[in-house]
Every structure is written in structure tokens, then in C-alpha cells.
Design a binder for this molecule. Structure first.
Ligand code: BTN
Length: 257
């Protein structure tokens, strides 16, 4: 069977899921996030939009997400009126733990780069883009891209990006997708019951790419440089700079990795 064939996995989802509902599978879209954004009234909370290819995959900070290989997994989940806006930074971290656990289950030694990337052997493997649109109701779009069976990358990404295929051989994309969805469903459900962050934050700390290392964090047009000392109980970063000043941040991008 084709390792990249997703087929119909709604059957499993219907039985076991509480938050996630239906998968809508497209051969190609511009971007699963943008598509959902344009069609908010046609989709319900818990709907998942999956595309085999994206012509304009989006990353954070206005960057592109390379989506020209059918080996990649590109999907977005729509959740309506689920979160307080202040929760969205934490939700990104939660999604990273759900994806990372599925990768570890397959034997990959992946690490989480706070707040929204997954790395393997020093290169980027997966990214998360959470967007929120208030239109009659609150719509949160959780977009995730994972390089699964991608065989190569364009020259400018060669030393920055990798895939599970390049690091360990072919992976059954459908099985990985099912395992990620199962984790996501469980984790989103657990979090929305008691809003307890502790277990997720502990997981991030145990599987962090940058904890106790020197980092440069870009926050808007400012760069904060120092040692990443801790990830606090609410998921924010504690950075200690060379003058021994502590900086607490819940948003930003680590740019020296
Ligand atoms: C990042 O690393 O900056 C985030 C990348 C997020 C990529 C995914 S692929 C599915 C969804 N649709 C998009 O256009 N982007 C996200």
C-alpha cells in the first residue's frame, strides 16, 4: 500500500473522539488554515481539514511552509468557542506535546523547540500555526505541518529541515496521522476539563531542545539573549541574560537554532 495514502480514517474517529469530529480530505488546497478561514460558516467545531498538497502553505511570522511533497502531513483543526484568547499560546505548546508523543511512539528522538516547532537531529521536522478569528463566534484554527515521507527539500531548506523518511526511512502516514489525532483529542479534552497545565509543561521541559542552553529570542523587533533557565508553570519562558536579569516571556521565536 502507498505509504502516503490517507484514505478514510473517519471511521475510527467517529467512535472514540470527543472533541475531534470529521476529516475533510482534499487533494490540494492553498493552505488548510486559509481555506478554513474563508469557510468558517461551512464547518463545525471539531472538523479537520487535511490536504495532500498545499500551494501556499503558511508558517509563523509570515513565512511559507514548504508543502509541495505528498509525503508531508498538512492539516488544520477548527474549534469554535473553545478557548479564552489568553489560552492560545498555551494551546500551541499542548499541540507540540501531542505530536511529539506520536513521534516518540514510532521511536524517533524528537525534541520540542518552544513554543511551536519539533526538531529531529538538529533540523526542523514539524511546525504549528494557531490562528484565531472572531466572526460572530470565536474560531480557533490549529494548523500543523509534519515532514513525514518528504524525500528532499529545496536548496534553501536543506540544512534546516528534515523528514522522518530522511532520518529513519518510510513511515505509514495514515497510522501517524491517526496516532497524532488520538493524542490531540485526548490532550485537548483533558485540558478543557480542568485547565491544568502541569503535566504538559513537565513534558515540554523533559523534551525541550533549548532548556539550559543559550538562546536568542525575537519578540517583535526586540532580541533577548541569554540562558533559557526554565519553562514556568503557565508555559512561559524564563531567560537569564548576561547581567543576571530575568526575562519572563510567553511569546516569541528562538532564532539561533
Ligand atoms: C511554522 O513552523 O512556522 C508553522 C508551520 C505550520 C504549517 C501548517 S501545514 C497545515 C497548516 N496550513 C498552513 O498553511 N500552515 C499550517
Amino acid at each position: 500500500m502507498d505509504k502516503n495514502d490517507i484514505g478514510d480514517i473517519n471511521l475510527n474517529l467517529g467512535i472514540s473522539s470527543s472533541i475531534l469530529k470529521r476529516i475533510h480530505h482534499f487533494p490540494s488546497l492553498d493552505s488548510t488554515n486559509s481555506y478554513l478561514k474563508r469557510n468558517l460558516d461551512k464547518y463545525s467545531s471539531g472538523d479537520i481539514v487535511l490536504a495532500d498538497l498545499q500551494s501556499q502553505g503558511k508558517g509563523r511570522m509570515g513565512r511559507a511552509w514548504s508543502s509541495d511533497s505528498k509525503g508531508g502531513l498538512y492539516f488544520s483543526i477548527l474549534l469554535k468557542n473553545k478557548w479564552d484568547l489568553r489560552d492560545l499560546n498555551f494551546i500551541t505548546l499542548l499541540l507540540a506535546t501531542s505530536i511529539d508523543r506520536a513521534l516518540k511512539n514510532l521511536g524517533f528522538n524528537s525534541l520540542i523547540k518552544w513554543p511551536n516547532d519539533i526538531y529531529l537531529h538538529g533540523k526542523k521536522l514539524a511546525g504549528i500555526l494557531v490562528e484565531n478569528i472572531i466572526k460572530e463566534e470565536n474560531n480557533t484554527i490549529l494548523g500543523m505541518g509534519i515532514n513525514v515521507n518528504n524525500k528532499d527539500f529545496k536548496a534553501d531548506l536543506l540544512d534546516k529541515a528534515t523528514s522522518l523518511y530522511l532520518e529513519g526511512g518510510p513511515v505509514d502516514k495514515k497510522a501517524l496521522f491517526a496516532s497524532i489525532l488520538e493524542n490531540l483529542d485526548q490532550d485537548l479534552e483533558t485540558y478543557s476539563q480542568d485547565f491544568k497545565k502541569e503535566n504538559f509543561v513537565n513534558y515540554i521541559k523533559e523534551n525541550s531542545l533549548n532548556l539550559n542552553k543559550d538562546i536568542k529570542l525575537q519578540v517583535a523587533d526586540k532580541i533577548i539573549q541569554g540562558r533559557m533557565e526554565d519553562i514556568l508553570a503557565d508555559g512561559s519562558l524564563k531567560i537569564l541574560d548576561k547581567n543576571n536579569h530575568s526575562h519572563l516571556l510567553n511569546y516569541g521565536e528562538i532564532i539561533n537554532q
